[in-house]
Design a binder for this molecule. Structure first.
Ligand code: CAA
Length: 391
């Protein structure tokens, strides 16, 4: 697999280093100080998005001609990673906005759709969401119950989507619907549906373990009429569009998870040097060093897996398997790092005085959304064996 790929450069370019410093500075000054309060109040931080837009953080990999920053995928990962270090709720908003919505419109949209939506999305004038998941279509994304029926020149959409990040704050939704059940996944179509379209409502979902300052909603379509101009790609392309989007979304989730591990490691190294027990810093105890060493190795491994997938994306090489590897490894390692970081901090780690309990609550969802860890393992296994695991 690797032999076919061009060599990967392990050094970041001066531009990438500068991007990391700029985002890190922004995260330390703006994101981290607000994260605890926003989490406690379950408050969606729209004002942070408005501050991020002029810095180019809302349209990193989108070409400049469509309002983006025209960055490569490693730079995109660096931005996502740093935001993830600060607040996974905000990172989730960003992942959906850029990776599931903007990049999908960029790849599958008509020139008119790209010009209409991308500049506004990159400027934060519009937020987007991705309506794939349904009550009975989670891992089995091809089993869509939402229907789209062509009536003259209009499509009539009926159905419901659930667990949709940015669901109630989004101005535009990419919505997947079945046009012909007999064709199974080949009957699915994707639509761009704007907030305010008659027959389209969104309701907030609360009570989440983590990601409490991110917005999660249910989208409901009742006799919702859209025109042929709302179709994204061709009828029947829907499933491929969803999978393409998830190849990007999973990359972003993986990068965000790297940010969580980095945050845990930074906190643990600092605390283990300060905290005294039995007359010496706890960092002097081998059992603490073992935990910190494991965290550091996981951080490097996860980051390198992300950058490898980003390198393939930069080259335009198919990267579904490598992206799944990065998402699987980074998200599981983030859960583990957050758990161990709490352990190292003892009772302080269990309290929201430190960000570790939030990291822990936020990390878990990365092993679930945009494809569970089990789905990532099956994607990797199927690709290695050439045997489908889903039939
Ligand atoms: N890119 C492009 N096309 C792809 C693709 C990819 N990565 N993966 C598959 N396809 C194509 C295949 O080539 C195939 O095309 P043909 O029909 O023309 O041959 C077609 O899609 C079907 O592929 P499979 O037979 O492999 O599909 P499957 O049904 O067996 O399994 C799956 C697919 C991997 C299980 C998939 O359903 C999946 O990823 N499930 C998880 C869904 C998921 O991640 N949901 C997350 C919801 S979004 C979310 O969480 C957003 C949020 O708000 C945070």
């Amino acid at each position: 697999m690797q032999q076919k790929n061009p060599p990967m450069n392990f050094d970041l370019s001066p531009e990438q280093e500068m991007i990391r410093n700029t985002v890190r500075d922004f995260v330390d000054k703006e994101v981290i100080p607000a994260a605890r309060e926003n989490d406690l109040k379950e408050r969606f931080p729209k004002e942070l998005l408005q501050k991020m837009a002029p810095l180019g953080f809302l349209g990193g990999p989108i070409p400049v001609e469509y309002g983006g920053a025209g960055l490569d995928y490693i730079s995109h990962a660096i931005i996502t990673e740093e935001i993830g270090r600060g607040c996974s709720s905000l990172r989730t908003t960003l992942s959906v906005q850029i990776s599931l919505v903007e990049l999908t419109i960029l790849k599958w949209g008509t020139e008119e759709q790209k010009k209409k939506y991308l500049p506004k999305l990159c400027k934060g004038e519009m937020l987007g969401c991705f309506g794939l998941t349904e009550p009975d279509a989670g891992s089995d994304a091809g089993n869509q119950s939402t229907t789209a029926v062509l009536k003259g020149s209009e499509w009539l959409i009926n159905g419901a989507k659930i667990w949709i990040s940015n669901g109630t704050v989004a101005d535009i939704a990419i919505v997947f619907a079945q046009t012909d059940k007999s064709k199974k996944h080949k009957g699915i179509a994707a639509f761009l549906i704007e907030k305010g379209t008659k027959g389209f409502t969104a309701n907030k979902i609360t009570g989440k373990l983590g990601l409490r300052s991110s917005d999660t909603g249910e989208l409901v379509f009742e006799q919702c009429r859209v025109t042929k101009e709302n179709l994204l790609g061709e009828v029947g392309d829907g499933f491929k569009i969803a999978m393409y989007a998830l190849d990007n979304g999973r990359y972003s989730v993986a990068a965000g998870s790297v940010g969580i591990i980095q945050g845990c490691l930074d906190a643990c190294v600092k605390y283990a040097k300060q905290r005294q027990q039995f007359g010496k810093p706890i960092g002097g105890f081998q059992l603490i060093q073992e935990k910190i060493a494991k965290m550091a190795v996981d951080l490097d491994a996860a980051r390198l897996l992300v950058y490898r997938a980003g390198h393939l994306k930069n080259k335009g090489i198919k990267n579904t398997t490598e992206t799944s590897m990065a998402k699987l490894y980074a998200s599981e390692a983030a859960v583990n790092a957050a758990s161990e970081a709490i352990q190292i901090h003892g009772a302080y780690g269990y309290s929201n005085e430190y960000p570790l309990e939030r990291y822990y609550r936020d990390a878990k969802v990365a092993t679930i959304y945009e494809g569970t860890s089990e789905i990532q393992k099956l994607i990797i296994g199927s690709s290695l064996l050439g045997i489908k695991a889903f039939v």
